[in-house]
Design a protein around this ligand. Structure first.
Ligand code: GAL
Length: 417
């Protein structure tokens, strides 16, 4: 039995006498600092505080989480990691392998996580058969966000292939708009690149390149072609893009300055926070050529070993709360993603989320469901970093031809494996 943790007296008592529940502190490292993201993180903070615990916010700004991971490493190396951290994908196994993470099996078993999660999600959360992380959502990465007014005024249709994208983008550019809202950061370049790989290569090709790291695929004529298409997109980005944050790029689509953005559905969190409605104020469609595929990116929290029963209890409560329906719904309505938990009611979600939910199920059957390279799902952070370097250098300078870039990509991956 838990104390009525809402009352101040209850909280004080739980600290003084051991009646079961104890209030504790949870320091939570995350990188959710944009408008939509901050609203989403606040949902978890509120739920945890309702249980009488304290949330110590450890937000490290920087889309895609590279900066947050650097800070996390330095804290962990100095023996002072936070109690919970937004770690995902293959990084979870790396941290577990180093012995930093706490097992969450007790919470997982009592709530029946194995029955509540699709295998593709629970696999990522486990190390050696034990839960060491808890999923908050499933993001789809291969989206195109569009401003319908610009399309209407220019008189063009939403592109369904990368070839069409280029045709449409030329006309939008001629009409004086920025065709592609983009921020020049390595992870954003990689996010667009993987969408072109998926759209022109298909799911099998994508898998061979980013999961299996097959050298023949990486150096194939198809990859050279894809790299050439990718490079063309540079023509449709404005000259102020260097270093721009992704959410600033999203606001260019919201404000009618830019026509499109290729970004995961955390972008929807920005449209939602701005009070915009899908279908009328903005459009969400699969990135060109990817309507039969789904690049997944699962956000999750891993728990570090902490001392003190209060802290341990707070940590276990955090893990439990994350998987509860209330959190999975409210958080994901704000975040733009869909719940990780199966069987959630759909009614409160919008049409983009419904498309995502349907496509997640359909692609998991068809073979179109693939892990995002740019967001740490398909490969180790070392390989991901190697891909980022080649992709971003190629995209932002003219020093390499598409053939040279393919060759460099293959070599960089081979060296990083
Ligand atoms: C992704 C992450 C999302 C969102 C985005 C921008 O990698 O999974 O939750 O935060 O980066 O930072």
């Amino acid at each position: 039995m838990k104390l009525a943790k809402k009352s101040v007296l209850g909280v004080a008592l739980s600290g003084l006498i051991s009646l079961g529940a104890q209030a504790g502190n949870v320091e939570v490292l995350h990188y959710w600092t944009s408008g939509g993201e901050a609203k989403s993180a606040a949902v978890l903070k509120q739920l945890l505080e309702k249980e009488g615990h304290q949330w110590k916010d450890f937000a490290v700004a920087g889309g895609g989480g590279e900066s947050a991971m650097t800070v996390l490493k330095s804290r962990a190396v100095s023996g002072n990691p936070p109690s919970a951290a937004q770690i995902k994908g293959l990084d979870i196994k790396e941290w577990a392998d180093l012995g930093f993470l706490t097992q969450l099996d007790a919470v997982a078993e009592s709530a029946g996580w194995d029955q509540l999660l699709p295998g593709v999600v629970s696999d990522v959360m486990k190390y050696d058969g034990h839960y060491v992380a808890v999923p908050v959502n499933v993001h789809r990465v291969n989206w195109l966000w569009a401003n319908p007014e610009i399309f209407q005024s220019v008189g063009v249709d939403i592109p369904k292939t990368w070839g069409e994208f280029i045709e449409v983008a030329d006309k939008i550019k001629d009409a004086g708009y920025v065709p592609l809202a983009h921020g020049g950061q390595a992870w954003q370049d990689a996010t667009v690149f993987e969408a072109v790989v998926l759209g022109e290569g298909g799911a099998e090709f994508y898998h061979k390149a980013f999961v299996e790291h097959d050298q023949a695929t990486l150096t194939s004529p198809k990859m050279v072609e894809i790299l050439a298409t990718f490079k063309k997109l540079r023509n449709y980005i404005d000259s102020d893009s260097a270093g721009r944050d992704w959410n600033i790029a999203t606001s260019m689509v919201i404000n009618g300055k830019a026509a499109m953005q290729i970004m995961g559905d955390w972008a929807k969190g920005e449209f939602t926070a701005a009070g915009k409605k899908p279908g009328t104020d903005y459009l969400c469609v699969a990135a060109p050529g990817t309507s039969n595929a789904f690049t997944f990116n699962i956000d999750s929290f891993a728990m570090f070993d902490v001392k003190g029963s209060g802290s341990k209890e707070a940590q276990a409560d955090l893990a439990r709360l994350i998987m509860e329906p209330q959190f999975q719904e409210t958080f994901n309505l704000n975040k733009g993603s869909i719940p990780a938990r199966l069987g959630m009611p759909r009614a409160n979600f919008d049409s983009c989320a419904h498309t995502s939910m349907d496509d997640f199920v359909a692609t998991s059957k068809s073979g179109g469901l693939v892990p995002s390279m740019a967001h740490g799902m398909s490969t180790t952070s070392a390989v991901q970093g190697a891909i980022y370097d080649v992709v971003t250098n190629y995209f932002n300078s003219d020093s390499l031809s598409a053939e040279q870039a393919a060759d460099k990509l293959a070599r960089a991956i081979k060296a990083a494996i």
